[in-house]
Design a protein around this ligand. Structure first.
Ligand SMILES: Cc1cc2nc3c(=O)[nH]c(=O)nc-3n(C[C@H](O)[C@H](O)[C@H](O)COP(=O)(O)OP(=O)(O)OC[C@H]3O[C@@H](n4cnc5c(N)ncnc54)[C@H](O)[C@@H]3O)c2cc1C
Length: 396
């Protein structure tokens, strides 16, 4: 094991005002209690507490931006190295996951539908199943996970974790309809007509944001979200130019290198990348190169043309492939189908403070509401919306 979790746990000061939890963790994981239970050999209790607070604890322990969240707020980090909280959480939630005894409440006879099996949908499905609802999850892809499976690469988040979640969810009695999109032959009204008391929309943000430059439709140009969906089917060639400098761009670059591309360069418009420090550092270690102050002007069959914002010069950079990684926005399949679903001022799905959309009984959260964000943000808000859905259905 690369990090010795027992040593790390022993370094925790057990602060009376734990900044790691209060300031650092978007879902307020009780980190001091987790570490205390772990040190007292009560790991199952720690795992149960973690799961109850955040059903995706195992995932978050791997993919959250710990350096700016829990670990970034650890008092130990002021003068030295922060406690490696994520490794402790991962050790606990991973080793106890199969042994978690989830005890659903007796059936309350009500059905709820969940559209989308990403972090938001998984959270809602688990919480409502535990409250005694009969849950059916509708998912466009063949497997659960959303971006966790079809976006974040295997080397950062093993897909076997999502298979374990699927098993756990089946044990809770959750039903799945894979390879099935809502908004085509079947709409939300069909679900309500069939007796689902409430519907949850957690369809994420899968429409690539466009650059809006000439050449974007050429055969040598791809979008990050499409490439990461299944990198094996792409032949990028030796030289790959990546436009965008966030975490998705780092995932694309590191994946392209692992698939054999020899010269992978990220072109950054400003002077700094927007990716987290650790993702940036890993990309450099993997051999990714960075060019700064390069603004894309157009894309040719031979490669992208950049304006150097310092010198004002335009240059063609020869490349076999160009990948655009400048974020995603929600697809509008459901919205187009359901004319009564309103959008918010950002063009995402509108919800009120209880997570209810403009259609009564239809709730939503995650990226489809907020635009591209994070796993922990999707889980944190979905936790609250599961409670709102429960209240709504009980009051019917
Ligand atoms: C490349 C990349 C890397 C990322 N890395 C990180 C990271 O390291 N850490 C982090 O915290 N966040 C990361 N994120 C962001 C994070 O993954 C998302 O914020 C999170 O997955 C949002 O969860 P969600 O449930 O709202 O949506 P999604 O994960 O997008 O899931 C939505 C699901 O709905 C399904 N769906 C869509 N339309 C329909 C329909 N009509 N009918 C049925 N099903 C439908 C989709 O197939 C999908 O399975 C990353 C994002 C990307 C793109």
């Amino acid at each position: 094991m690369s990090v010795h979790v027992i040593d790390e746990a022993n370094r925790c000061l057990g602060c009376a005002n734990p900044r790691c939890r209060e300031n650092g963790c978007p879902i307020h994981t009780n980190i001091p209690k987790m570490i205390k239970l772990f040190k007292e050999n009560q790991m199952m209790e720690a795992a149960e507490m973690l799961f109850a607070n955040n059903p995706l604890s195992m995932v978050c322990s791997l993919v959250c931006n710990h350096e700016s969240q829990c670990e970034g707020n650890c008092v130990r980090g002021i003068k030295g190295e922060p406690v490696h909280i994520s490794s402790i959480e991962n050790y606990i939630s991973d080793s106890c996951f199969e042994r978690l005894e989830l005890k659903p409440a007796p059936s309350n006879g009500m059905k709820a539908a969940v559209i989308g099996a990403g972090p938001a949908g998984i959270t809602i499905a688990i919480i409502l199943a535990l409250k005694g609802y009969s849950i059916t999850v509708f998912e466009t892809h063949d497997k659960i996970g959303g971006i966790l499976r079809y976006g974040i690469p295997e080397f950062r988040l093993p897909k076997s974790i999502l298979d374990r979640y699927y098993k756990k969810m089946r044990e809770l009695g959750i039903k799945f309809r894979p390879n099935f999109s809502i908004g085509g032959s079947t709409g939300i009204q069909d679900l309500l007509n069939d007796g689902y008391k409430s519907v949850f929309i957690g369809t994420g943000a899968w429409r690539p944001r466009k650059l809006g430059v000439p050449g974007e439709t050429f055969g040598n140009v791809f979008y990050a979200i499409n490439y990461l969906n299944n990198p094996d089917v792409y032949e990028l060639g030796d030289k790959v130019a990546i436009i965008g400098a966030g975490n998705a761009a780092m995932d694309v670059a590191r994946t392209a290198i692992r698939h054999g591309s020899k010269e992978v360069v990220v072109y950054v418009r400003g002077e700094e990348v927007s990716a987290s420090k650790s993702e940036f550092e890993y990309a450099k270690v993997d051999g990714v190169k960075f060019e700064y102050k390069k603004q894309i002007v157009r894309i040719l069959d031979e490669g992208p043309v950049f304006l150097d914002t310092e010198t004002g010069e335009e240059t063609l950079v020869p490349a076999d492939s160009v990948i655009i990684a400048i974020s995603q926005v929600p697809q509008d399949r459901i919205v187009t189908h359901e004319k009564d679903l309103k959008l918010n001022e950002k063009g995402n799905l509108y919800t009120n403070e209880s997570g209810e959309t403009s259609l009564p009984g239809v709730f939503a959260s995650g990226d489809v509401v907020t635009g591209a964000k994070t796993v922990v943000a999707a889980v944190a808000v979905s936790k609250q919306i599961a409670e709102d859905m429960d209240r709504y259905m009980r009051e019917l």
